[in-house]
Design a binder for this molecule. Structure first.
Ligand SMILES: [Zn+2]
Length: 173
């Protein structure tokens, strides 16, 4: 995938049709982790690392990274439950699902456009490659824009509920 944020486009239909079932935060964290070397290179001018090497861009590596993102989330929800007494297994499941969906969809999408990837590392070869970089990017642009709209409307909704904003709005004629 040429641009990391396009991976996040997958979240838009999930947020719409399965609200609250997939954590956006864990999905984003895994996505950023997988593309960390590319982000470091393009955004911060760091040394060019391995962009699509099997240590990040393979199903086994993505599963491990998703697991590493899942663990702190699980600890957080467990502690929250212990301290508040309120069960939050739905949030914990959403965190887990976000991590793994973020990781596995990332590998699948990247494998379709990067011939040099070994998605089934340690096995060689890439059965998913078909070179559709332009097509896949184009297909993901729309859901990515949809996602931005979801975030904006969510933020506006939150702001409207804030007592400060409520007071300000009431003051207007
Ligand atoms: Zn990637």
């Amino acid at each position: 995938m040429p641009i990391t944020p396009l991976h996040l486009g997958i979240l838009a239909p999930l947020n719409h049709f399965l609200p609250g079932k997939v954590s956006n935060l864990s999905f984003i964290l895994v996505t950023l982790w997988l593309d960390a070397s590319a982000i470091g290179y393009y955004a911060f001018g760091l040394e060019m690392g391995e962009f699509h090497g099997p240590e990040t861009h393979s199903f086994i590596a993505a599963t491990a990274i998703a697991g590493m993102v899942s663990i702190p989330g699980f600890i957080y929800y467990l502690l929250k439950m212990l301290f508040t007494g309120i069960s939050n297994e739905k949030e914990a499941m959403a965190w887990l699902l976000g991590s793994y969906l973020g990781g596995l969809s990332h590998i699948l999408l990247d494998a379709m456009v990067h011939s040099e990837m070994f998605p089934f590392h340690p096995l060689a070869g890439n059965p998913f490659y078909w070179g559709g970089m332009g097509e896949i990017s184009l297909v993901l642009v729309l859901p990515f824009i949809w996602l931005i709209f979801q975030y904006v409307s969510y933020t506006v909704g939150l702001a409207r509920k804030s007592p400060v904003v409520e007071r300000l709005l009431k003051r207007q004629p």
